[in-house]
Design a protein around this ligand. Structure first.
Ligand code: FAS
Length: 388
């Protein structure tokens, strides 16, 4: 069989790209390794930034994807219990995002694609790209019955996340990779406990903490921990004790903990985000820490650039946008990587007890002071949070 584009992976990158390609009249097939229920259940990010909402609006997917999702209009930064609210809507000139769990976005994108007749295949085993450096690549995979299938295509989109098969199929010498370990650990928890009124970042000498909404009756907690911590180091009592201590809220309501994990606070970028007819999208090309909430949003931004470029190449014979794909995406990726690192330093080093009396603590505190007292500085942060 044949199609224009084979999309490998049905996460935010693959499903956004598939929907945009369908809107652009470009035929594609999506191959997903996991089952539908696994993909629908996976809980991760929780914020669509303004730039991502614009992508869905511009492609006519606003109703399908954004309907009923609450506006993400402000954040609170609490320093030793002292609240500071950043009114992102005012500071960014109205460019607010939406507070919506990633699995809701994924489910809505899946429905939009399939309702429109899109070809999305789950439980695809041994997905393998072939001939990616030639003019006629193919992708093989096994269906649940074990039958081997081959799809001829013009292009392959690697949307298979950080541990997928596509980046691994690029010769090492054809790509430069950048990796950074932030040297901190984040213990993350999903709990059926009341979400905070605003996304909350808390700075304290007990360590950094954050609490974000994940729908109307759940929240995600991040608690700074030792980089080598494991989930079993944290029982429910320690979790809620540390959360109350660091958030400065003795009355913080608890609730059943539904997921625990330690986030790898690492960043990664592959350059270029393409090899021949293979284009890498989202986490397949780059990973960023949850600080700043940009992982899913960068995946959506990449998908928007690639969909426009594939439409130009396949409909107008214009290969220029495809040639510029990687550089266009990487400019935004590096800008957001720098912002995420800046936020991470500010939020951790301004509270870290081990840094008390140090030059770095003073720098981090100066960043906070500038953010709270200088409007241009606050507008710059609001612009980056909007996905600028
Ligand atoms: P994904 O990893 O989401 O999707 C890749 C898809 O490809 C998966 O469905 C996978 O099954 C499939 N796949 C893999 N290998 C395959 C193969 N060989 N063949 C076929 N299919 C294959 N980001 C934020 O912005 N904010 C957050 O708060 C946040 N929290 C996170 C918490 C956790 C625990 C994790 C792990 C990530 C978090 N992220 C967060 C980042 C996350 O949201 C990613 O950036 C986002 O899922 C990227 O989307 P994709 O690029 O589509 O990759």
């Amino acid at each position: 069989e044949s199609t224009h584009v084979v999309v490998i992976g049905a996460g935010p990158a693959g499903l956004t790209l598939a929907n945009l390609l369908r809107s652009a009249g470009v035929g594609c097939v999506v191959l997903e390794r996991q089952s539908r229920s696994y993909v629908e259940r996976r809980q991760r990010a929780g914020v669509l930034d303004h730039a991502s909402t614009r992508v869905f609006e511009e492609w006519g997917l606003a109703d399908a994807v954004l309907a009923g999702t609450p506006e993400d209009r402000a954040i609170e930064i609490r320093v030793d219990g002292e609240p500071h609210v950043l009114d992102l809507r005012a500071l960014s000139g109205g460019r607010t995002g939406r507070a919506v769990p990633q699995q809701v976005i994924v489910a809505r994108l899946m429905a939009a694609f399939q309702d429109g007749g899109g070809d999305l295949r789950f439980d695809a085993g041994e997905v393998t790209p072939h001939g990616i450096d030639g003019a006629g690549p193919t992708v093989t995979y096994r269906d649940p019955a074990g039958t081997l299938h081959e799809i001829a295509c013009d292009y392959i989109a690697g949307c298979d996340g950080h541990h997928g098969v596509t980046r691994a199929s690029v010769p090492a010498q054809a790509m430069t990779t950048y990796s950074y370990d932030h040297g901190i650990g984040w213990f993350t928890v999903l709990a059926d406990a009341p979400p905070p009124r605003l996304p909350l970042f808390a700075i304290s000498s007990h360590g950094f903490a954050a609490q974000f909404p994940r729908g109307p009756a759940a929240c995600r907690l991040y608690l700074e921990c030792a980089p080598d911590d494991v989930p079993d180091d944290w029982n429910d009592e320690r979790i809620w004790k540390q959360a109350r201590l660091r958030l400065g809220d003795d009355a913080l309501p608890a609730g059943p903990i539904t997921e625990k994990g330690v986030v790898e606070m690492r960043s990664f970028v592959a350059d270029p985000m393409r090899y021949g007819r293979l284009f890498l999208v989202g986490d397949a090309a780059h990973i960023i820490t949850p600080m700043g909430g940009k992982g899913m949003n960068l995946a959506i931004a990449d998908a928007d650039v690639l969909a426009r470029a594939l439409r130009a190449a396949l409909h107008d014979g214009d290969e220029e946008p495809l040639a510029a794909y990687s550089a266009t995406c990487l400019r935004k990726v590096w800008n957001q990587q720098e912002f995420s690192r800046w936020l991470t330093e500010m939020m951790h080093e301004s509270g870290d007890a081990a840094l008390a009396g140090s030059f770095r603590r003073q720098l981090a505190r100066a960043r906070l002071d500038r953010l709270f007292t200088s409007e241009p500085a606050a507008r710059a942060v609001a612009d980056l949070l909007a996905g600028g």
